[in-house]
Design a protein around this ligand. Structure first.
Ligand SMILES: NC(=O)c1ccc[n+]([C@@H]2O[C@H](COP(=O)([O-])OP(=O)(O)OC[C@H]3O[C@@H](n4cnc5c(N)ncnc54)[C@H](OP(=O)(O)O)[C@@H]3O)[C@@H](O)[C@H]2O)c1
Length: 272
């Protein structure tokens, strides 16, 4: 079987990270192509990765087995509608555009198009992303595997059973980095108020976050148990945890994430 050819429409931040990750993995430069309206952007990609580039989306779409739609959601409809009808039969289309549903994509690209909708997050730009993936029934097992190979180039990915779950993914991992940044911001300021120089408080906070996430990812017990293990009765951590509990931290987080999920559903309707 010949190696599948992957074409990116939109060669911005996400596409650049994905292409970089793919080429560090099992993909070869002659398998990957990109189009963008900016020639300068394409020249940069071509120099950096040695891949074929084009300013003509239609040209690229005719030539590849997988089309990754990596433009901003607001321009996606126009981009899809301008693609040629004579694309490769059974061509897989993977959309990473936030808020664009499979039914919108199918109405712009054709009802039988094998479609995967993907919700990545910004740490993908550092190869540490996590994505939620949803496939319509036309997507084959082999195409699902190929999608995983593409998305796992910048982190990990998880398949969802229902498309509506993308709103929950958006609330957990899509918007999630900002929640952690907010907590780190608050911890840094609180450390400063306790008498540390700001840079010291910040480094302590960031490396604590990194260490805690690394421990949790590699642990065989859940985060509640990890928390219990560092919370000795009568100790310092217990005082902080009790204070968080009195202020209903779990309730605050749940309410914030419900608001994010509701907004994600609302945006999908606005962009339909
Ligand atoms: N960045 C993230 O962390 C993140 C997270 C989750 C989801 N996403 C999704 O990923 C997608 C890409 O995001 P991004 O951050 O990579 O955006 P980006 O850096 O703005 O990249 C999009 C690229 O597409 C180009 N473009 C615009 N119109 C085009 C057209 N008609 N034909 C070809 N190319 C065109 C843009 O050119 P101009 O700059 O000239 O417009 C830009 O170079 C978005 O849909 C976003 O919702 C991104």
């Amino acid at each position: 079987m010949t190696a599948p050819r992957i074409g990116f429409i939109g060669a911005g931040n996400m596409a650049t990270s994905l292409i970089g990750g793919m080429l560090q993995g099992s993909f070869k430069p002659n398998q990957v192509m990109a189009s963008d309206r900016s020639d300068e952007q394409l020249q940069r990609l071509s120099r950096q990765f040695g891949i074929h580039t084009s300013t003509d989306n239609a040209d690229l779409a005719r030539d590849c087995d997988v089309l990754v739609l990596a433009v901003k959601p607001q321009v996606l409809q126009a981009v899809c509608r301008a693609l040629p009808a004579e694309r490769k039969a059974g061509q897989l289309v993977v959309s990473i555009a936030a808020g664009i549903t499979c039914s919108s994509l199918a109405s712009w690209l054709g009802a039988d198009t094998p479609l995967v909708r993907c919700m990545p997050n910004t740490p993908a730009l550092r190869g540490q992303g996590v994505s939620g993936l949803f496939a319509v029934t036309q997507v084959s097992g082999e195409q699902k595997k190929l999608t995983e190979n593409i998305m796992n180039a910048v982190g990990i990915s998880l398949w969802l059973e229902q498309e509506e779950q993308i709103d929950a993914v958006t609330a957990v991992s899509g918007s999630g980095p900002a929640y952690f940044f907010y907590l780190m911001e608050a911890m840094t300021s609180a450390g400063e108020q306790l008498g540390l120089p700001r840079e010291v408080a910040e480094r302590l906070t960031l490396f604590t976050a990194l260490g805690a996430a690394d421990m949790a990812v590699h642990s065989d017990v859940d985060t509640a148990e990890l928390r219990r293990r560092v919370t000795s009765p009568g100790g310092t951590t217990e005082q902080a945890i009790n204070s968080f509990a009195r202020d209903d931290l779990p309730g605050m987080v749940a309410r914030a994430m419900q608001a994010a999920a509701a907004r994600s559903a609302e945006l999908s309707k606005e962009l339909a």
